[in-house]
Design a protein around this ligand. Structure first.
Ligand SMILES: Cc1cc2nc3c(=O)[nH]c(=O)nc-3n(C[C@H](O)[C@H](O)[C@H](O)COP(=O)(O)OP(=O)(O)OC[C@H]3O[C@@H](n4cnc5c(N)ncnc54)[C@H](O)[C@@H]3O)c2cc1C
Ligand code: SF4
Ligand code: SF4
Ligand code: SF4
Length: 417
């Protein structure tokens, strides 16, 4: 097993993307949910030939992450890496009802539907909400081949998802548009650049600029915190918006069955903000992640936080475009936009890229409780993410809710020492 992705799983760095399963020629990998509901590769040793392909293409292999972190540590401003040689735009969909369904300004959806309407892509690889109960997966991946499907499956998927099934459907000679967190896009770029099976496939890659991601129990915990019944199948949209919001920062958590709304609550009142900010149920891999801006993608997209969120309550997207073909399509796709300059972009949402990109190396070279890792919040996130998962699994909601409040206070204090 020396050369398999078991190493990534053992190192707790797996992001569940399924790329390893896609590249295994011997059908030796199954994606199986672990005790916390995360979907990891499990290797059939009877079938495995120890060829090393899965590890070669795994974007979360520890050595690859260390190498990125080392490169960042040599830069003058590591938190700005990913913004070089790019064009930056603030953009939003003019169609208000569609924009309100989307996460930020609806830029990703508008661009993808334009590409589809022009016959420039044969499909979109992205995500969808799933009907389920507590304990189920609440999101999955999907392959859309019409504008209607693209417009319907919008907003942010706050759960790590497995792309292996969708990737197995791609055909040579075709072009696709794919969204994903930066880690997944890094893996896809590597496939496109160096895997023979992908050499005749074109994928326009769109990274969703990412603080971190969570596992499926995050949504379970949220619904329990809000005392929702779990009798029917429900779906969750953690980035719901409507006309009543005072600003884009006040997005809502919308939970619904086929018949009724179970919850449509401001995220500051539902507990979502606290659980998210303090990394409850965070994927362990995300604690170590050295990529905020999605530097490898053709285009990266994020929320227009800051003054824009208060000026336009419907939400706007910020785009970092690194590819001239995509830039042309962006100009033609019908989005409203304003160009932004480097001065505006270079320190945007600064604490998160500093946590991820500037402090990346210390997470690998120093103990979690070292001075650097305490001050950078790594220790707090490390403890919170581990404890929330463990407590919820073994002791249920009430105990977890109460104990986590104390743990979070203690981990916050540790940062101040
Ligand atoms: C886990 C996560 C963390 C994020 N953290 C930040 C952050 O800290 N700061 C910030 O500014 N922005 C963050 N974003 C990005 C932001 O939430 C929006 O995704 C982005 O602004 C695009 O908005 P939009 O309205 O243009 O996209 P939309 O028009 O709503 O389209 C989004 C498209 O992406 C697809 N999609 C959504 N989630 C995923 C996923 N996980 N994997 C693959 N495809 C997906 C949807 O199916 C849809 O097609 C994060 C996104 C995710 C998924
Ligand atoms: S990160 Fe992706 S490629 Fe790596 S082990 Fe996990 S599922 Fe496989
Ligand atoms: S056969 Fe190769 S790609 Fe498949 S699991 Fe074994 S080492 Fe990985
Ligand atoms: S934080 Fe990093 S590892 Fe986690 S989902 Fe985002 S890009 Fe992937």
């Amino acid at each position: 097993m020396a050369y398999t992705v078991e190493k990534t799983v053992k190192n707790d760095l797996c992001i569940n993307c399924g790329i390893c399963k896609t590249v295994c020629k011997f059908d030796a990998i199954k994606m199986i949910r672990n005790e916390y509901g995360e979907v990891n590769p499990v290797i059939d040793i009877e079938k495995c030939k120890n060829c090393g392909q899965c590890l070669k293409y795994c974007p979360q292999e520890k050595e690859k992450l260390i190498s990125i972190a080392k490169d960042l540590s040599k830069m003058e401003f590591p938190h700005r890496h990913g913004l070089e040689d790019s064009k930056y735009y603030l953009a939003w969909d003019k169609n208000t009802s569609q924009r309100l369904k989307c996460c930020s300004g609806g830029a990703v959806t508008k661009l993808a539907s334009y590409l589809m309407s022009q016959g420039k892509i044969d499909g979109m690889i992205h995500t969808q909400r799933l009907w389920g109960k507590r304990g189920d997966l609440h999101y999955g991946t999907r392959f859309s081949t019409s504008i209607e499907e693209i417009n319907e499956n919008v907003s942010s998927t706050y759960q790590a998802v497995d792309f292996s099934e969708v990737l197995s459907k791609l055909e040579k000679g075709k072009t696709y548009f794919m969204t994903g967190t930066p880690c997944v896009i890094r893996g896809i770029k590597n496939l496109l650049n160096s895997n023979k099976d992908f050499s005749e496939i074109k994928i326009i890659t769109c990274a969703l600029i990412c603080s971190h991601n969570v596992n499926s129990t995050f949504a379970d915990f949220l619904t329990e915190a809000n005392k929702l019944s779990d009798n029917d199948l429900w779906q969750v949209d953690m980035r719901a918006k409507d006309e009543t919001m005072p600003d884009a920062n006040n997005f809502k958590n919308y939970v619904y069955t086929k018949e009724e709304t179970l919850m449509n609550k401001n995220r500051f009142q539902s507990g979502w903000t606290q659980f998210w900010r303090f990394y409850y149920f965070a994927m362990h891999s995300c604690l170590y992640c050295p990529d905020f801006w999605g530097a490898d993608a053709d285009i990266s997209v994020k929320d227009a936080w800051g003054k824009w969120a208060s000026e336009d309550a419907k939400g706007q997207s910020i785009l970092v475009i690194r590819n001239n073909e995509v830039l042309n399509d962006f100009f033609n796709c019908g989005l409203e936009y304003e160009e932004l300059d480097y001065e505006t972009m270079k320190d945007h949402q600064k604490p998160t890229p500093v946590y991820k990109q500037t402090n990346a190396i210390y997470k690998f070279t120093q103990k979690p409780y070292s001075n650097k890792n305490r001050k950078s919040r790594f220790l707090r996130y490390y403890i919170n993410s581990r404890c929330s998962k463990f407590l919820y699994k073994h002791f249920g909601f009430k105990v977890t809710y109460l104990i986590m409040k104390t743990i979070n206070a203690v981990t916050w204090l540790l940062e101040k020492i």
